[in-house]
Design a protein around this ligand. Structure first.
Ligand SMILES: Cc1cc2nc3c(=O)[nH]c(=O)nc-3n(C[C@H](O)[C@H](O)[C@H](O)COP(=O)(O)OP(=O)(O)OC[C@H]3O[C@@H](n4cnc5c(N)ncnc54)[C@H](O)[C@@H]3O)c2cc1C
Ligand code: SF4
Length: 508
């Protein structure tokens, strides 16, 4: 048995880092349990054939202790991170405030809106030293995206980003881990500050379940670097911040498998959103894009759609990744449609196999290939109907949602706009291969499942993020977001975590 802490925080991403820092500042002893490893500048894995370093698959084997958690469910694939710093290790560091109308969605508590969150946006801005990329940096892909947006009469902004611009090498590797220490990820900001106040971070510690005891809670975890030994730690307060899928899975298991938290609301898992994520690409643009010069994402366009909007960016990566993506193109056609649904079912096994055999980093040239200099990805986010349900089927996590059928109008509008951009670039458009296979999206911004509400019949947690029926047990991460946002969501997730941390500290 380990020592007892005032608070244990599960997961070291955005929600968890904010909670840990604010608890430590309030004088509490804090332990963060994080399933992934510590990474420093220069440590991030690059050889994709070394799948154990790249992929997180710890349910199968502790050897797969990598940075990327990529899972394929029945109706979509989801990408998230594993490591001390959570999603900040692999995010593009784009911070944008949401549009005011997001908060009109009935899922949001009445007193949370753009105005009430403003002080917390400012707090996040200060902690992460957010800044727009200097205009005088020479980033050709940024200029082309602006030019295309202007020609289509679309508003475009360059967002604030958590990057130390004086030291940024403009190398296009933000989403595979910054080797130069120039991205101001959580390990360099919130977590570092929390550690200075005495917070302990235990990496390679995967929490399996939480149970109440007379003291508060007992948190059970596996020591992944030590033969998966089971360990426990006690705390008065527990903050679950394992990211949307991690938090929903942990609480579902506590309620339905371990039965240690049997009274969690039946709203758990309801209201999952993919933030309207949709990926495409342009190949054979008529001009050289130099896609490898600059940070991964430079600009965001806001496209009017019905009474609302969706957004579009053109992420692109270093030369090695650009070569692979351009050479591969985005396979499409009847044959792919035919075998796609069968392959999809086995993707969780097929992906590591294909990576380890070198089938992904050495694709065969075809008529779909493009010169890498004339290739870019496109990425849209929009207001999907947040109608997904996260559940356990035979103890296995599943997401159920007929995404395309329920959000067809939105996706079709995104495809139409992407085609217009491809034309403005003088190139050709294709949706991502995974979409061409089976009309299922690959999601980078999973949200929801633990809605806030004063009543357990309508939400999983209270307005301060405390789980209904379990005093001292809190949730702080993207699972609290009750609707799609349609912009990059991390600014909203982090500001909400700051807002709720204040309420949590007032109440303990
Ligand atoms: C490639 C990529 C690029 C992105 N770029 C952007 C961007 O530029 N802007 C933006 O707004 N959003 C971006 N996102 C999304 C953003 O990263 C997420 O929305 C954000 O990280 C969610 O924060 P969170 O606090 O909910 O959880 P996370 O940041 O995902 O943190 C959860 C942590 O919990 C840990 N964990 C999970 N289960 C357990 C367990 N059982 N025990 C212990 N630890 C556990 C995980 O390892 C992880 O470290 C991007 C996502 C990806 C994949
Ligand atoms: S562009 Fe390169 S150096 Fe700059 S933040 Fe991204 S990964 Fe780091």
């Amino acid at each position: 048995m380990e020592r007892t802490y005032d608070a244990v925080v599960i997961g070291s991403g955005f929600g968890g880092s904010v909670a840990a820092l604010r608890l430590a500042e309030a004088g509490h002893s804090v332990l963060i349990l994080e399933r992934g490893q510590n990474y420093s500048a220069g440590d991030f894995p690059r050889n994709i054939q070394k799948t154990k370093e790249i992929l997180w698959q710890s349910a199968k084997s502790s050897e797969f202790n990598g940075l990327f958690d990529i899972k394929f469910y029945a109706d979509m694939g989801v990408v998230s991170a594993s490591g001390v710093g959570g999603g900040s290790l692999i995010y593009a560091s784009v911070h944008v405030k949401p549009s005011a109308e997001v908060f009109d969605d009935p899922g949001w508590p009445d007193d949370i809106n753009l105005t009430t969150l403003e002080p917390y946006f400012q707090k996040v801005d200060r902690e992460l030293s957010l800044e727009v990329a200097p205009k005088d940096l020479d980033i050709p892909k940024r200029d082309y995206f602006h030019q295309a947006s202007r020609s289509l009469n679309v508003d475009v902004i360059d967002p604030t980003q958590a990057i130390d611009w004086d030291n940024c090498r403009l190398c296009g590797e933000c989403e595979v881990g910054c080797q130069y220490g120039s991205k101001l990820s959580l390990d360099k900001t919130y977590l570092q500050k929390a550690q200075k106040l005495g917070t302990e971070i235990r990496a390679n510690a995967q929490v399996t379940f939480v149970e109440p005891n007379f003291h508060g809670y007992m948190v059970h975890f596996l020591d992944l670097k030590n033969k998966r030994i089971r360990r426990q730690v006690k705390a008065k307060i527990v903050v679950v911040s394992a990211g949307t899928l991690g938090t929903n899975e942990l609480l579902l298991r506590c309620r339905d498998v371990y039965e240690t938290l049997p009274n969690i609301s039946n709203q758990l898992g309801v209201g999952f959103s993919a933030n309207g994520d949709f990926l495409g690409s342009i190949r054979n643009s008529e001009f050289s894009l130099n896609p490898w010069i600059g940070q991964d994402v430079t600009s965001i366009a806001k496209i009017k759609h019905n009474d609302g909007y969706f957004t579009l960016a053109a992420p692109s990566y270093n030369q090695a990744i650009s070569n692979v993506l351009a050479l591969m193109g985005q396979p499409q056609g009847k044959m792919l449609r035919f075998i796609g649904p069968i392959v999809w079912k086995h993707f969780n096994g097929v992906l590591p196999w294909a990576m380890s055999k070198g089938l992904i980093n050495n694709p065969i040239k075809s008529k779909l290939s493009s010169d890498p200099d004339n290739f870019t990805n496109l990425f849209s986010m929009g207001r999907d109907n947040a109608n997904g349900v996260i559940k356990l089927n035979n103890q296995k996590l599943e997401i159920e949602w007929n995404y395309y059928q329920e959000n067809r109008e939105l996706i079709d509008a995104m495809i139409k706009t992407m085609k217009e951009y491809a034309k403005a670039y003088g190139g050709e458009f294709s949706p991502m291969m995974t979409w061409n296979m089976s009309e299922r999206p690959l999601v980078f911004h999973p949200l929801g499942g633990c809605r806030m509400s004063p009543r357990a019949e309508e939400g999983v947690v209270s307005l301060s993020g405390e789980v209904h029926g379990y005093p001292g047990l809190y949730v702080s991460d993207a699972s609290l977001i009750p609707s799609s946002i349609g912009y990059n969501p991390v600014m909203t997730i982090t500001a909400l975590a700051e807002h709720n941390a204040e309420r949590m500290i007032d109440s303990i």
